[in-house]
Design a protein around this ligand. Structure first.
Ligand SMILES: [Zn+2]
Length: 380
């Protein structure tokens, strides 16, 4: 997963035009013939709207009805968290709750089993898509005496997070519950792995939540609203659903209203680790930041300073530009904590600092960049 907090210059999400969503074919089917559009990706699928820009499309409605069964039938869900749910159960739920199916079978005297058998194959295809997006997974298979097996599905932590985000958006009375559940699932997701960076991220979320509870109600909500916005944005397409969460987290760390506090909490989280772990985290961060230079053929002066500081986990080798004369450029070593702090304060792409210019032979105002992507004087 890419948690490069440091691409702050790219405040706007990158839209990959080559992956533009294919135009969704009109689905003429009615009732049980709601076809699954196989080429849809997550954001389009859940929040796609009709031309009126308000009504969800049929398939968006179908996906949402499948997912919302989870928060809206809490008791069953708790049981199912252990054993999983079957296509049959989801189908029954859809027959009762999906507007098109309800309308189609209005007044029908057909037995529920018959109705389910009509819709099951389609429901299965919708579930296949949800599985490919990482929202659900087959937990186990129930093998019958005749040898046929029935898959039992379960939600992934990420699936649960997305579902609760939808509930947060659509159901104001459940907002607090949804927020709490999102927090719990994030913690579960990151604690399951034994990666130190995941632990660090989990700890940072924990700090955000504590601060929200004690000092600024709504602070944690900014992550959720960013997440919802990212999933709704049909221009924003990530291959992997976890990148939506990463993107939402990034926006809080960089957002004008949240970044100063986010930085403080980030720092607090870091300081709670043992010295060895803290060093490891900083080494990884240093690596990500300096990698912006190393992959872009940096000048010799920079590589020299970089080699000299290889073993200093708390030192970053960046690049400074003299404000008196833009052609005066030189590597500069910055303390990791200072870098984080000033970055959260700086409204610019660069950090401002007073330091000795090697060519002016004087202390001058400089701009410190954390990549070699330095604009020419005219463009700033
Ligand atoms: Zn100078």
């Amino acid at each position: 997963m890419d948690y490069s907090y440091d691409q702050w210059a790219q405040l706007m999400p990158i839209y990959d035009q080559s992956k533009k969503r294919k135009k969704i074919q009109e689905d003429d089917a009615y009732g049980p013939k709601i076809r699954h559009p196989s080429h849809l990706c997550l954001n389009g699928a859940l929040f796609d709207k009709e031309k009126d820009k308000k009504t969800p499309t049929r398939y968006a409605q179908m996906y949402r009805d499948i997912l919302l069964r989870y928060p809206r039938s809490q008791f069953r869900s708790l049981e199912e968290e252990k054993v999983g749910f079957k296509v049959f159960q989801i189908s029954r739920w859809l027959l009762k709750h999906n507007p098109e199916y309800k309308e189609h079978y209005r007044g029908s005297t057909s037995h529920i089993k018959n109705k389910v058998s009509h819709v099951e194959n389609r429901v299965k295809r919708y579930l296949d898509n949800l599985e490919s997006w990482g929202l659900i997974g087959v937990q186990k298979r129930e093998v019958k005496p005749n040898g046929l097996s029935t898959p039992l599905y379960g939600f992934s932590p990420l699936g649960a997070i997305i579902i609760w985000a939808m509930e947060y958006r659509d159901n104001p009375s459940k907002r607090e519950t949804a927020k709490h559940q999102i927090y719990l699932w994030i913690q579960r997701m990151f604690h399951k792995s034994n990666s130190i960076m995941y632990e660090f991220i989990a700890k940072t979320y924990q700090k955000f939540m504590e601060y929200d509870k004690k000092h600024e109600p709504g602070f944690f909500d900014t992550i959720i609203t960013n997440l919802i916005r990212a999933i709704e944005d049909d221009k924003l397409q990530f291959n992997n659903a976890i990148q939506y969460l990463s993107h939402a987290f990034d926006l809080v760390l960089r957002g004008a209203k949240t970044r100063v506090k986010a930085h403080e909490l980030y720092r607090e989280a870091l300081d709670e680790f043992s010295e060895d772990d803290r060093k490891t985290i900083m080494y990884i961060e240093k690596d990500i930041i300096e990698n912006e230079f190393t992959v872009n053929q940096p000048p010799r002066s920079w590589t020299k300073a970089w080699v000299e500081n290889r073993m200093n986990h708390d030192k970053l080798v960046l690049y400074a530009v003299c404000e008196k004369n833009y052609s005066h450029r030189f590597p500069i070593v910055v303390n990791y904590y200072d870098y984080r702090k000033f970055k959260s304060l700086s409204p610019y792409r660069y950090l401002e600092a007073k330091t000795a210019c090697l060519e002016c032979h004087d202390n001058v105002q400089t701009r410190i960049y954390d990549s070699l992507d330095i604009p020419s004087q005219d463009s700033e």
